[in-house]
Design a protein around this ligand. Structure first.
Ligand SMILES: Cc1cc2nc3c(=O)[nH]c(=O)nc-3n(C[C@H](O)[C@H](O)[C@H](O)COP(=O)(O)OP(=O)(O)OC[C@H]3O[C@@H](n4cnc5c(N)ncnc54)[C@H](O)[C@@H]3O)c2cc1C
Length: 208
């Protein structure tokens, strides 16, 4: 799916329902008392919902708010390849531990993805090792081998996973909602569970 387009669609719907957006404003600190310090100033709210994804735990730490949950940050990288993709392939990799894919993508081919532990300060980008790993995966399942010159771009994202295992591939994909005074923090989460997560967060906000 095109997650950027879906995210923008959801934001547009929220705007239509009266949600006010403040873009390009960094939250610097959250207070259990509802005080929010941002690059644009300080305000007080009845409730704050911390949905900073991979940065959610770091934001709590910076705000001196303790937490029982910890996040594993796991990068996933992708290659965009100029050749057209006649059919989609999903295959088990790494001894059946994970699934990787080759998919048609806007007239090109998308190859993904990887699972590499990430630290918050590191660049969120496809590494040379991931590029080689994905090329090897392609060549194992497709007839005609890929040349480096066919890669038109790469992109990467960081998954926020609730820490549940030393092996990020086995970490739970469930989410946790944790309350600290006026602050509700979401740990983890996926697009596929975003709607039910949103309902649970709304119920938690209403419960007060
Ligand atoms: C490689 C990869 C594959 C995935 N595959 C799937 C899949 O197959 N199915 C699925 O359902 N989900 C999948 N996901 C998960 C999904 O895309 C999201 O990563 C997940 O739902 C977390 O979303 P989020 O909104 O919590 O975090 P994000 O989308 O990371 O959003 C967090 C936002 O908070 C902002 N932010 C952070 N700190 C601050 C601050 N201090 N002040 C202001 N703003 C701040 C960031 O700029 C960002 O916009 C995948 C993710 C990745 C990376």
């Amino acid at each position: 799916m095109d997650d950027l387009a879906l995210g923008l669609w959801a934001a547009q719907r929220a705007k239509g329902l009266g949600v006010e957006f403040r873009e390009h404003v960094e939250v610097e600190r959250l207070g259990r008392d509802g005080v929010l310090c941002t690059s644009a100033g300080t305000e007080r709210f009845d409730r704050i919902v911390n949905v900073a994804g991979p940065w959610a735990g770091d934001l709590l730490r910076r705000s001196d708010i303790g937490s029982r949950n910890r996040l594993d940050l796991v990068r996933g990288s992708h290659l965009v390849v100029s050749r057209p993709c006649p059919s989609a392939v999903l295959a088990q990799v790494d001894g059946g531990r994970r699934i990787a894919f080759i998919l048609p993508w806007k007239g090109s081919t998308l190859i993904g993805t990887t699972e590499v532990r990430q630290a918050l300060g590191e660049p969120i980008a496809c590494s040379a090792e991931e590029r080689e790993y994905l090329m090897r995966f392609h060549d194992r399942v497709m007839e005609s081998p890929l040349s480096a010159g066919e890669i038109t771009s790469t992109f990467a994202g960081v998954r926020p996973l609730v820490r549940s295992s030393d092996d990020p591939g086995r970490a739970t994909r469930e989410y946790e909602i944790e309350r600290s005074g006026a602050v509700l923090t979401v740990f983890g989460g996926k697009w596929t569970t975003a709607r039910s997560l949103g309902q649970k967060v709304a119920e938690a906000v209403e419960r007060g």
